[in-house]
Design a binder for this molecule. Structure first.
Ligand SMILES: Cc1cc2nc3c(=O)[nH]c(=O)nc-3n(C[C@H](O)[C@H](O)[C@H](O)COP(=O)(O)OP(=O)(O)OC[C@H]3O[C@@H](n4cnc5c(N)ncnc54)[C@H](O)[C@@H]3O)c2cc1C
Length: 434
């Protein structure tokens, strides 16, 4: 089958690879000049299969206000909130209040996470991919007794699902992560022994090369602008040089439009899937939830985390990526505002210096901001749309790097008419249709 994939972030590229490996003839359309230039570029680097959870959570509702008002709290919102932001918040609030939904979605996401781990191990065994990848676990720190109790309570579900998680006492934490030498309070940590890490952009780019080996065609600097459907099928999409390039070629936009036909189409356009979805008659209420990262060279390996460490005080994640430290934080509702305020970076630095003093040369840190493509409930959208030949693999929110290997493989299974390896009920793309 000839299949067109829209978007070359980690989700689009893993999808393209999975489809090519299944023998399909694949073309990827990407508006940037290379893969993983948007959200897949500078994320926290966690492949946190055992630590995935839905965005719409009753616990988050309780914490939201204190987090918002605290100057260095992890939740931020531009004021006054825009109508779009309010609409998204209202939908999230309603879903978080729906009895049983959070628990059901968490189970579904954890099952998807476990399958993703399997898919990643399979990829890493069969291909030589250079991306500073590792599977050395993850720890979530508790800096007070209440957080410790909450984390201990969460192990029940993990045990039931067969996910390897252990509670570590403070002494065990220091043993496991000797670089944790700051004097910040510590009541213990939850350790997910089988979780992984890795540079998402490097991985995506390494996989692009593997796609090329399997004949995948990439059309860079090309954007999909519209689509034509009839008789329950997408006939073609319209493509043209990406807006930036069009602006440089005076008067070129209309003339340079062309149609692209394929037997099937897969929408993997991250935050832009909302707009493209509308053009395809599909309601994907994805909101761009902003976050920030710093990447700095490690100066003393003995002081660095072995893997991923989540600091509950600021919700800052410190991840080791080879000889670099990636530190990430904040959940911010500000639509597509790409500014990076100094105060956000200062908080991330403060968190790192208080847990891993002297670990990295923060003066040389590269800063980044990106947008989590968030559905109001949290689970991604994976499955067939109303059109018979349109497949959706998008809206992965906080966990797109972690879940990409699974959602790509599942998309391949659906396209080939196989029974999906994971129950996809929680991920139905049409769940927000009115
Ligand atoms: C601060 C931060 C930290 C994070 N940390 C983690 C983490 O530790 N672990 C984890 O699992 N996830 C993490 N995430 C989330 C993760 O990065 C995303 O879920 C994931 O990158 C989404 O991948 P994607 O391919 O769907 O989207 P993107 O990477 O945004 O890719 C979408 C692509 O589609 C292209 N596109 C859009 N519209 C068009 C069009 N019309 N025509 C052609 N191309 C188009 C875009 O240019 C883009 O390249 C984090 C996110 C942020 C912001």
């Amino acid at each position: 089958m000839r299949i067109a994939v829209i978007g070359a972030g980690v989700v689009g590229v893993t999808t393209a690879f999975s489809l090519a490996r299944r023998g399909h003839d694949v073309i990827v359309i990407e508006r940037h000049a290379a893969s993983a230039e948007e959200t897949s570029r500078g994320n926290a680097g966690q492949r946190s299969y055992g630590y995935v959870y839905p965005w719409a959570s009753p616990a988050m509702l309780k914490k939201a206000l204190p987090w918002l008002v605290k100057a260095d709290g992890p939740l931020k919102m531009s004021l006054p909130p825009s109508p779009w932001t309010l609409q998204f918040l209202l939908a999230t609030w309603r879903l978080a209040k729906t009895p049983g939904l959070f628990e059901a979605n968490k189970r579904a996401m954890l099952r998807l996470g476990a399958y993703s781990r399997q898919c990643f191990l399979d990829l890493e065994e069969s291909l030589s991919l250079d991306f500073d990848g590792d599977h050395a676990g993850l720890i979530d720190l508790a800096s007070d007794a209440a957080t410790a109790d909450g984390l201990k309570a969460s192990t029940g579900l993990l045990d039931e699902l067969g996910i390897d998680a252990q509670w570590l006492s403070p002494a065990q934490v220091y043993d496991y992560e000797p670089g944790l030498q700051g004097d910040a309070p510590l009541f213990g940590a939850l350790r997910m022994a089988h979780d992984g890490t890795g540079d998402c952009q490097q991985f995506t780019r390494a996989l692009v090369e593997q796609c090329r080996v399997r004949g995948v065609e990439f059309r860079w600097h090309t954007e999909v602008t519209s689509a034509v459907s009839d008789s329950g099928r997408v006939r073609h999409v319209t493509i043209r040089p990406a807006t930036q390039a069009v602006a440089q070629i005076k008067g070129a936009s209309d003339e340079q439009e062309e149609t692209l036909e394929a037997d099937a189409f897969v929408l993997c356009a991250g935050c832009e899937s909302r707009t493209l979805g509308e053009r395809l008659g599909l309601r994907l209420p994805i909101y761009p939830v902003k976050g920030y990262s710093l990447t700095a060279p490690i100066v003393d390996a003995a002081k660095a985390p072995r893997s991923t460490v989540i600091d509950d005080r600021y919700k800052v994640v410190a991840t080791r990526l080879g000889n670099r430290l990636r530190a990430t934080g904040f959940v911010e509702l500000a639509e597509f505002d790409r500014n990076i305020p100094l105060s956000r970076l200062t908080t991330i630095r403060k968190a790192i210096e208080s847990r891993f003093p002297g670990v990295a040369d923060l003066e040389q840190a590269k800063s980044w901001t990106g947008f989590r493509p968030m559905m109001p409930d949290g689970p991604p959208a994976i499955g067939r749309a109303r059109q018979q030949n349109l497949f959706i693999n998008t809206g992965h929110g906080t966990f797109g790097w972690t879940l990409s290997a699974a959602s790509a493989e599942l998309t391949g299974q659906l396209i080939d008419g196989e029974r999906p390896a994971v129950d996809l009920a929680a991920f139905r793309p049409l769940r927000f249709e009115r």
